[in-house]
Design a protein around this ligand. Sequence first.
Ligand code: GRF
Length: 208
Amino acid sequence: MGLAASPAGKRIAVLASGRGSNFQALIDAVRAGSIPGIIARLITDNPEAFAIQRAEEAGIQVSILAFGSYPAKEDYEAALKSEMEDCDADLFVLAGYMRILPAAIVRAFPGRIMNIHPALLPSFPGLHAQRQALEYGVKVSGCTVHFVDEGTDTGPTIIQRCVPVQEGDDEESLSARILVEEHRILADAVRLFCQGKIRLFGRKVTIR
Ligand code: GRF
């Protein structure tokens, strides 16, 4: 697994917890033919996630692992790991997935999990990255697609895009401006992965 491409290209599985606009950007890019792959499954921890409707509209299989229905975090994580194994995916994309993956999952899929983060890492990791950027007073922020390692938003950088912070921005306006670029770089990174153009050397990523 991992190197073998299905006839339709790479198999992609997406993890999302909410609105799913980044997930939609991937659906649209696959439909447009710019990503040589198929989105095989959506996995969500949130039964209310709007991402579920997007998957259903696109005919993508959905696995709902409602976090609150498991007795403990470890039980949820064990179920998630077996669900991910069951996907037989080449690539997993965290697209607004709001939990930290445990080390056991990160180790099970080395170099095969990507995340989109709404800041220029290593600045402003974790939650509310856009609010952190505004509170710090930076003049430029942006977004980052990176491989997931065992830290929080610390993995190897794949693509970054700058977005200006404007006078009078609030969290909503800055988030909206960054989101436009998130959609672009996430689709680009997934396309490059599916085209076999991404190489990982330690924590350095090169794109052929
Ligand atoms: C995005 O800003 C993503 O970077 C962050 O959460 C937001 C999710 O948006 N992690 P969506 O669910 O993809 O619309």
